[in-house]
Unconditional design. Structure first.
Length: 292
């Protein structure tokens, strides 16, 4: 009897673990953790205390989870029609209601954590949630699809600097760099799904302008972001700035070149994530403490 109950318990634990792993996959973990890391590095760079750095990273991660989960929830019918086996909801591994409720819960938790950083931070977190959810609720299928990415990424450094004990607004060029990375990320994230999106009627800006223009946008915006970060900073070492700019050119250039293939590979987006990480490091080292 004891063995039977033990097997039942083990089976239940395995089922829960599988469900949690599927739920994590539905959060779109790579971009979610990448954006949270971007915010965390920037928070360290501007001189936030360790506790506030952790809260900033957690708040942004929960916001990204909410947006990622809402994407899989709202798109589950379209994803099933397109045969998206990479999404747990689309292939029936997760219930739609669980993903929907988890999305709402993550958004609420993001706001709760933001309260600990100050009410100004809460307001900007609301704007980040609106940008992400607005994309999923319909903007992703229009010519304005790039706006949520541009606005959401542009808001990110503002959210971080307002989390200082004495809140500040970041330099304008920092916001421009973040917004440009958002534009690049949108085009890189959309192109691998180009054929599937067309089959289900999605006509975002990258679909409208085509692969060649999209490839140019991916490279130009990422490289421009690095260039601004390097040449606007007064504290960034020349060697580090040069290496960072060259790394961005290599990563963004490769992603742009791969974007021209008849079926763009999914490695394009990870390459842009790495380019964004390079830019996050450039911002971390190039902005310096602004909380004093």
């Amino acid at each position: 009897m004891g063995l039977w109950f033990g097997c039942q318990s083990l089976g239940s634990l395995i089922m829960v673990a599988n469900r949690l792993s599927f739920l994590l996959k539905s959060t779109h973990p790579m971009p979610s953790f990448a954006v949270a890391l971007f915010a965390t590095l920037f928070a360290v760079g501007i001189g936030l205390e360790a506790q506030r750095v952790a809260l900033v990273g957690l708040a942004v991660l929960l916001q990204q989870f909410s947006v990622g989960l809402s994407n899989d929830w709202l798109d589950h019918k379209r994803d099933r029609a397109a045969g998206r086996t990479d999404k747990p909801v689309a292939r029936g591994s997760l219930g739609v209601s669980l993903v929907r409720n988890s999305s709402f819960a993550s958004g609420v938790l993001a706001l709760v954590v933001s309260v600990l950083l100050g009410w100004e931070s809460v307001g900007w977190m609301v704007l980040m949630l609106i940008a992400g959810w607005g994309y999923n609720l319909g903007l992703k299928a229009t010519v304005f699809s790039v706006l949520p990415y541009m606005v959401g990424f542009g808001i990110l450094p503002v959210f971080v600097t307002l989390s200082l004990e004495q809140s500040r607004v970041p330099p304008a060029w920092v916001v421009v760099v973040a917004a440009l990375l958002g534009v690049s990320a949108h085009f890189a994230n959309t192109l691998p799904d180009l054929l599937q999106d067309r089959a289900t009627g999605v006509r975002a800006l990258p679909h409208i302008v085509g692969q060649r223009v999209s490839a140019l946008v991916i490279a130009a915006t990422a490289i421009l972001a690095s260039s601004i970060a390097v040449f606007q900073s007064d504290t960034l070492a020349i060697f580090i700035g040069t290496v960072g700019l060259l790394a961005t050119v290599l990563l963004a250039g490769t992603a742009s070149w791969l974007s021209l293939r008849p079926t763009p590979p999914r490695v394009i987006f990870p390459l842009l994530v790495l380019a964004s990480l390079v830019n996050a490091i450039l911002l971390m080292l190039g902005v310096g403490p602004i909380g004093v």
